[in-house]
Design a protein around this ligand. Structure first.
Ligand code: ZN
Length: 136
């Protein structure tokens, strides 16, 4: 059993932004030389998320729009008394901050229409994504 750990560094540029990180994750799977295993993709932040969906520009815009509509961003939240970003934390907790992926024959098992996206919910900021690949 092999373990391969890497940290991706991402600079986001908008308050809400969906970034396709599929090629970076695939690159790490190649680097790991692990043929059969799993990948954990994890964001160690409380105002970001990770999702898998289709990389169609209209849909990515629609998901950004849905995130804005998901909860009332202008509401008065208790957390805003110390840090004006409660809505970002709430959406992050709804979407989730880790993904588990399967590696077979040295490649990610993604469906034809699936891509991996990092979701910024309180940008712009420097962010990290931790990747652990386990297998043989
Ligand atoms: Zn906060």
């Amino acid at each position: 059993m092999k373990f391969f750990d890497k940290t991706l560094r991402i600079q986001t540029n908008k308050s809400i932004e969906i970034l396709n990180i599929t090629s970076q994750i695939s690159q790490l799977v190649q680097e790991s030389e692990i043929e059969k295993g799993t990948t954990i993709v994890y964001s160690p932040h409380t105002t970001t998320a990770l999702i898998i969906n289709e990389n169609e520009p209209g849909l990515v815009k629609d998901i950004e729009g849905a995130i804005k509509d998901l909860i009332p961003w202008g509401k008065i939240y208790a957390h805003n008394a110390i840090d004006n970003n409660a809505a970002s934390h709430i959406v992050s907790s709804f979407l989730g901050n880790s993904l588990n992926l399967i590696i077979s024959k040295g490649n990610l098992e993604l469906g034809t229409w699936q891509s991996i996206f990092f979701v910024e919910l309180d940008g712009s900021r420097p962010r990290k994504v931790l990747v652990r690949i386990v297998g043989e």
